[in-house]
Write a protein that binds this ligand. Sequence first.
Ligand SMILES: Cc1ncc(COP(=O)(O)O)c(C=O)c1O
Length: 424
Amino acid sequence: MSFHIRDRYLYCEGINVKDLQNAVQNSPFYLYSAAQLRANVAAYAEALAGLPARISYAVKANGNLTLLRILRNLGCGATLVSGNELRLALLAGFDPADMMFNGNGKRRDEVALAVQHGVTVNIDSEFDLEHIAAASHAAAARGAARPVDVLLRVNPDIRPDVHPYVATGMRDSKFGIRAEQLPWFLDRLKGEPLLRLVGLHCHLGSTIKDVQVFHDATILMGDLTSSIRQQGFELRYLNLGGGLGIDYERTGEMPTPQALLDALRGQLPDDLTLIVEPGRSIVGNAGVLICCVTGVKRNGDKHFIVTDGSMAALIRPALYSAYHQIGFVEPVNGEPRVFDIVGPVCESADFLGKARMLPTPHEDTGLVVYDAGAYGYAMSSSYNLQLRPAEYLVDGDRVMQIRRAETFEDVALAQSPLSVIMPQ
Ligand SMILES: Cc1ncc(COP(=O)(O)O)c(C=O)c1O
């Protein structure tokens, strides 16, 4: 079991989290369970067993180097959305042949890096195609005449039932190419022998609970694949992106990777290799944010638990009104009340949870925000000079620090010395 309560204390695998909190004195911090990470990858591997398929973990969800190395050792590839993520994936030991470079705003230097390493690149727009073509010509001029494998990212015009900020495949979204614009791309690719179109890609969005949308996308993408093949392109891959939700609300009803695959079954052309790009469903429930209670406050009949964790450490509640389950890491016996759980940041959006019935804690009580492993640290900031937290990993009875906390010097010294740029 990864995160569980035993004798009213929170455990991560074999570790009592209160003991860890006392030992590190480094609040707030992120804590991950290696066992949960392995179990999440195993759930995908079992669902995909027997199919020509690849798991390409979306590094954007959590780019901790140690976690990336674990995922690489478990056989995952890496989906990247920036040149720096590509560099990180190389550091983590991913083979460039197992990387996909995605994104609607790749810069020319980032495209050149991907081409240099032989990474498969997704085409998202006309300018993106031109940049990739230019990078392939530049590489050829330097004597590296290997064609660049590319996928066309299709905008499938499918609306999943998710927060609009995490829906990415709708008609008016900034991502991908609308089906009616594909002929221009196909014509252009016919004139570019250094670009080899090997498949199609789409990504519907994130936190998806209803797998029917994946079924619809597979039919659409299967049809597009057939018609593009008729024009002589040898498509080998169908990349359906990521997006499977996790059970933040603890309803017990969230679809599993198996349910996702069941929704696709029968619709997938069998001569295509399926690529899935999960992020959240790999790391989300494998991580928690551990905070300390700074104090309890009453404003009239409204009650607050103020913690040292904030929107700077975990922005999902402020950004998407996202729900995370919240509890304590140790026994708390104070009077039960309805609390908002808030941080110290000078914004009214700075909350971790609203209207939660909890016993009244003491100062310094340990508090846990569950399911914070995805888009938690990855989206953290040092707003209000709240320094980005440390990260720890539990594997059985062992705890490792896998990232140090940001320091005041990290933030303050990046601002100096100031140099004069103009006039020279
Ligand atoms: C192209 C692409 N693939 C995969 C993902 C990962 O999505 P999720 O974390 O919801 O699985 C994202 C994130 O939105 C994405 O943009």
